[in-house]
Ligand binder design. Sequence first.
Ligand SMILES: Cc1ncc(C[n+]2csc(CCOP(=O)(O)OP(=O)(O)O)c2C)c(N)n1
Ligand SMILES: [Mg+2]
Length: 335
Amino acid sequence: MNASREHLLWMYETMMLIRRYEETMAQVYLEGKLPPAIQRGLAFDIGSGPVPGEMHLAAGQEPVAVGVCAHLRKDDTVVGTHRPHHFAIAKGVDLKAMTAEIFGKETGLGHGKGGHMHLFDPEHKFSCSGIVGASLPPACGAALAAKKRGRDQVAVAFFGEGAANQGAFHEALNLAALWRLPVLFVCEDNKYAISVEKSESTAVPWNADRAAAYGIPGVLVDHNDALAVYEAAGAAIARARRGEGPSLLEVRTDRYFGHFQGDPEVYRPKGEVEELRRHDPIPALAAHLRRENLLDEAAEQEIEQRVAARVREAFEFARTSPYPKPEDALRHVFH
Ligand SMILES: Cc1ncc(C[n+]2csc(CCOP(=O)(O)OP(=O)(O)O)c2C)c(N)n1
Ligand SMILES: [Mg+2]
C-alpha cells in the first residue's frame, strides 16, 4: 500500500509534533523536582513541580503511532497504554486539553483527575490506562459494538511487548478471533518492560508468531520505520473493515528515554541510546520525502515552526489554566 502525499506529510509532521512534545515534557517535568528536593535530602521528588507523578515518554516510538493512526477515522477507537502521548497525538486528541490533564488542571480532558496515564477523549474515541495489558479487552468491546451495529469502524489496542505476557493479551486475542472482531492488536516491542529484556520474559522471539495460536494473521515489522508500519497496518485495518476479523501487528521500535523520567537506566548497555538514535526514524522519513520531492528545507522549517508553536501553546494553556476546585473533588468520578 503506497502512502499518499497527504498521508506522508501528515506522518512526518505528526512524528515531529510527538518528538517535540515529548522533549518539552521531559524538561518541564523536571521543574521543581531537583534542586529543592535535593535540599530536603531527596534525590528526586516525584510529587513536586507542575507535573506530579510518574512520566513515561515515547520519543523514538513515533512510527508505531503514526503508521497505524494514518489509516484511522475519527469514529474508530484507539486504546493506548501507560506511555500514551504519541498515540493520543496521532489520534487527534486536542493537545491543549491533553497537556492540561497532565498538569492536573480543570481544563484537562478529565478535569485534571486522570493525569498522564489516564487520558480519556470520547470525541476522538481515545483512552488509555496505567494497567499493563488493559488496552486489549476494551478495544475488543469497542470492536464488538461496531460489529453489532453493522458499522465499518475498527478498534486498535496498542500495548508493549511486556504486556504480551499478561493473561488479558491471550484472552482478548482468543475472543476477537472467535468472534471475528474488527480489531487490530499492535505490540510495541521496545525491548524492555521497565528493566526486563524481552528475551528474559518471553519464550518466543516474536510476539507476532503467537497470533498463529488463535488463527489470526501475525505480522512483524522488524525495524522502526513509519512507512513499513503504515503498509502493514493499512492491510490489517482494511481487512478488519471488510469484516474479515482481527490481526496482530508487532513493531520493533526504540525507546530513547528511560522507562520513566528519572529512571537511572542501569540495565541499558553503555552507548545503547546513542546507537538507537543513529537510526532515528524522523530524519529517515524526511530523507524519503526529499527524494520524492515532497519536502525541501523551507517546508521543513515551516513544519518545525508550526510544531513548536503548537507545543508552546499547549504548555502555556496548561500552565495558565486553573486547578479544579476542592469542592469538585467528587464530581465526574464514580462513587
Ligand atoms: C498489571 C500491571 N502490572 C505491573 C505494572 C507495573 N508496570 C508499569 S509499566 C510496566 C512494564 C510495561 O512494559 P511494556 O508492556 O513492554 O511497555 P513499555 O513500558 O515498554 O512501553 C510494568 C510492569 C502495571 N502498571 N500493571
Ligand atoms: Mg516494552
